[in-house]
Design a protein around this ligand. Structure first.
Ligand SMILES: *[C@@H]1O[C@H](CO)[C@@H](O)[C@H](O)[C@H]1NC(C)=O
Ligand SMILES: *[C@@H]1O[C@H](CO)[C@@H](O)[C@H](O)[C@H]1NC(C)=O
Ligand SMILES: *[C@@H]1O[C@H](CO)[C@@H](O)[C@H](O)[C@H]1NC(C)=O
Length: 465
């Protein structure tokens, strides 16, 4: 129970994160948005899961921890390096109880060496990777017995539900999963409050990632098909969390932060979500690939409103550290503290956002840089994940842009009309972009990849069957 700026007692932190977010029927998220601060220019660091989660939890670009290219697979040998400092590890020295429920996706490794319990989390209830990373043909995704749609054939090991380091259920029962998470969360918060222990709950939901699923509370209720039902189920969990905070009396002492790790997977069509007016989607470095919904909710401390300040998942760790009064890790951080934006509608300390592709390499470096309202694309590339849209750029092969393709995101958030080279200040913008890009790239110490596709540790997820 800490005082922040001598004004507010700070009790809990809940970090909510969906998979591939998109709008639909969400009364509880709507309430957080209406009563909290909504971000219009909030970015993830990668348009796929594992790298963006590494950045979210460490405040550093994924290249610094080696979580690239693409995502970790059940058989990957690597994981988020143990010497990287997660938000949970930042808060633990202050006595926080820490838990993660849902989708980890930062590695399993030999004997589970990269599971959340090795990264500062006291508790883990969830699936260690994506819930489509195991055969799902015979699994039930909706009641009474509607089988999961499509193929989930990345691994031949059936998806486990883990509790800390042991398998609790295999295959995981999708119809009960959200309820298990919700019950766990309610119990975790209630116990922490009873013990007067501050808490950090990280809830990276599997929703709305493919294959969608939902239990009886949400199935068939959204009028938006399987995608809407799964989002509605997540939204119901958000409602339960807020009710628990109200019931335990810590609603005014808890920061709830909601965002997504990445964006709609357009190739799943109506089961993939949509990025609204933003260009393309998953696996691309266009805005539709990396700009996320985000809400900060803390009644009495964060005023309801909208901020257009440029912000990033990278900024969550420094912000929580500041609010909790924790020490920052002694490493090169890419995130900046956004407390002023939250509590006094202040300005962002962030001047740039860097866009790495799914498979960063030192040969190409950054694909794009946003500086203020301008975004400069040095390379663009479509992706299979976004290939179903009529916009050919979303499926195009890699293109080099020299000079870079520049968009004014204030006037043209859809990245439709490149700024003409004749416009008055564009040469100076170009020069500034090149300078910040060079500075950033020279500061980047790239770790060797931790995501090679080796058949390593599958036996761990079979062993306790
Ligand atoms: C973790 O250890 C590796 C290997 O010694 C080192 O290269 C890396 O910089 C360390 N990372 C951090 C965040 O200290
Ligand atoms: C699915 O069930 C069928 C019929 O019981 C069985 O033959 C098949 O092996 C199962 N497939 C998987 C991937 O479990
Ligand atoms: C939270 O603050 C509001 C507004 O000041 C107040 O009405 C409510 O009772 C407070 N709730 C708790 C649990 O303290």
């Amino acid at each position: 129970n800490r005082m922040v700026s001598g004004r507010v007692a700070f009790f809990g932190i809940i970090l909510l994160c969906t998979c591939s977010a998109s709008p639909s029927l969400t009364p509880n998220l709507n309430r957080l948005a209406a009563e909290g601060l909504r971000f219009t220019d909030f970015y993830s660091t990668c348009p796929v899961c594992s790298p963006s989660r590494a950045s979210l939890l460490t405040g550093r670009y994924q290249t610094r921890s080696g979580i690239y290219p693409g995502v970790l697979y059940p058989g990957s040998i690597g994981g988020l390096p143990l010497n990287d400092t997660t938000i949970a590890e930042v808060l633990k020295p202050l006595g926080y109880a820490t838990a993660v429920i849902g989708k980890w996706h930062l590695g399993v490794g030999h004997n589970g060496m990269f599971l959340p319990t090795k990264q500062g989390f006291d508790h883990f209830l969830g699936i260690p990777y994506s819930h489509d990373m195991g055969p799902c043909k015979n699994l039930t995704c909706f009641p009474p017995d509607i089988k999961c749609y499509g193929l989930c054939d990345i691994s031949n090991v059936v998806v486990p539900l883990m509790e800390n380091e042991v398998i609790k259920q295999q295959p995981v029962n999708f119809l009960d999963l959200e309820r298990s998470y919700s019950d766990f969360a309610a119990n975790f918060i209630t116990t922490s409050v009873e013990k007067k222990q501050p808490f950090f709950l990280y809830y990276p939901s599997h929703h709305t990632h493919y294959p969608q699923y939902a239990g009886i509370g949400a199935a068939g209720r959204s009028l938006r098909g399987p995608y809407g039902d799964s989002l509605l189920e997540f939204d119901t969990s958000v409602g339960h969390l807020v009710e628990t905070l109200e019931r335990t009396g810590v609603i005014n002492n808890t920061l709830v932060f909601f965002t997504s790790d990445n964006v709609p997977e357009l190739m799943r069509r109506s089961r993939g979500g949509i990025a609204g007016p933003l260009k393309c989607g998953k696996s691309t470095t266009y805005e539709g690939g990396m700009r996320e919904p985000a809400i900060a909710y803390w009644p009495g401390t964060i005023k309801p409103g909208v901020t257009c300040e440029m912000t990033s998942t990278l900024d969550i760790l420094p912000t929580l550290a500041r609010l909790a009064g924790a020490e920052l890790p002694q490493v090169m951080l890419d995130g900046v503290d956004m407390t002023d934006i939250l509590v006094k509608q202040g300005k962002s300390k962030r001047e740039t956002v860097m866009f790495y592709p799914v498979n960063p390499s030192e040969d190409y470096g950054l694909f794009a840089v946003r500086l203020g309202k301008y975004k400069a694309h040095f390379y663009t590339q479509g992706a299979f994940h976004s290939s179903t849209t009529p916009d050919k750029d979303c499926s195009a092969l890699r293109k080099t842009h020299d000079p870079p393709l520049i968009f004014d995101l204030e006037a043209d958030p859809c990245e439709l009309y490149p700024v003409s080279e004749d416009e008055s200040d564009i040469q100076s913008v170009l020069q500034q972009v090149k300078t910040v890009k060079e500075q950033f790239e020279s500061s980047m110490v790239v770790q060797t990849t931790k995501n090679p596709k080796l058949d390593c540790c599958q036996e761990f997820c079979k062993r306790n069957l």
